[in-house]
Design a protein around this ligand. Structure first.
Ligand code: SAM
Length: 273
């Protein structure tokens, strides 16, 4: 295994104090980082997209696992430290400077890729919903392994009937499987964030036929927009929705959070059909 200097030393040498504005909370525990890099399975020679490598803790773990990593980082202060990693793992790491929110990831990668990232929470959620809303299915990504606030992670994997079940759960589960892979204590980060974190792992599944993703999104938006109301009230503004409820045999007196992901899919399909 390549002998690398401890991450704390790299940070001190390159003056990489964590920037609050960039949502920087770094992970230093190499064992924890290796466990995170193992979540997507064997990465030997696999293409991995890492967004926000920072000083490169998770990047090292991915490289040790044998991945070919493309890392997008917008903080130019981190580039020299990442260049050192490129040298230590020749031909395995490509670093791209810039804002990942403004890039076409499929074009950048040019082959199927796994995503592994510990991102600022707002950036992570924006990218996550983008990746899940991909027009082409199966998408260009083969899996998403992402750190979130624990509360958001729970919303992503929530099942119907629970208070955390909502639009995000339906989006993450209607054509993918989503699981909570690991909880990460706030003390694992430097500086520690205010809340606990958790890693979610998503793999694409089969897309149900005959469902317009935009229509599904409109149904869940209306239903969960008034989640305490009965469906006959919350879906009133959506043309044809009440008839569709009747057709598929969903009681209009039910509330959004009692509908399974499959029921939402059936409803959208009927509404569009
Ligand atoms: N991955 C490192 C780790 O686990 O220690 C750093 C994690 S830190 C929470 C998030 C990183 O994402 C920071 O280095 C930050 O500069 C970078 N970042 C934030 N927004 C970004 C964006 N839109 N595009 C690319 N990188 C971004």
């Amino acid at each position: 295994m390549t002998d690398l200097p401890p991450l704390r030393e790299v940070i001190a040498r390159h003056g990489l104090s964590a920037s609050k504005a960039l949502g920087q909370n770094f992970l230093f525990d190499e064992q924890l980082l290796d466990r995170i890099a193992a979540i997507p399975g064997d990465l030997t020679d696999k293409a991995v997209l890492e967004i926000g490598p920072g000083p490169g803790g998770l990047t090292r773990a991915l490289l040790r696992a044998g991945a070919r990593v493309t890392a997008i980082e917008m903080d130019t202060r981190c580039l020299p430290a990442l260049a050192e990693l490129s040298e230590a793992f020749p031909g395995q790491l490509r670093v791209i400077e810039g804002d990942a929110l403004k890039m076409d990831h499929a074009e950048l990668m040019g082959e199927p890729f796994a995503v592994v990232a510990n991102l600022p929470y707002n950036v992570g959620t924006a990218l996550f919903t983008d990746w899940l809303s991909a027009e082409h299915w199966p998408p260009h990504w083969t899996s998403l392994t992402l750190m979130f606030q624990q509360e958001v992670a729970q919303r992503i994997v929530a099942k119907h009937g629970s208070g955390t079940y909502g639009r995000l759960a339906v989006l993450a589960q209607w054509r993918s499987s989503a699981k909570l892979a690991m909880k990460v204590h706030r003390s694992a980060f430097t500086p520690p964030p205010k809340v606990m974190s958790a890693i979610v792992h998503v793999e694409p599944g089969t897309m149900p036929t005959g469902v317009d993703p935009k229509l599904l999104s409109r149904v869940t938006e209306a239903a969960f927009g008034q989640r305490r109301k009965m469906l006959r009230q919350s879906l009133k503004g959506l043309p044809g929705a009440l008839d569709a409820l009747d057709k598929v045999g969903i009681e209009p007196t039910r509330r959004a959070e009692t509908l399974s992901v499959d029921e939402f899919v059936t409803l959208a399909k009927t509404l569009g059909g």
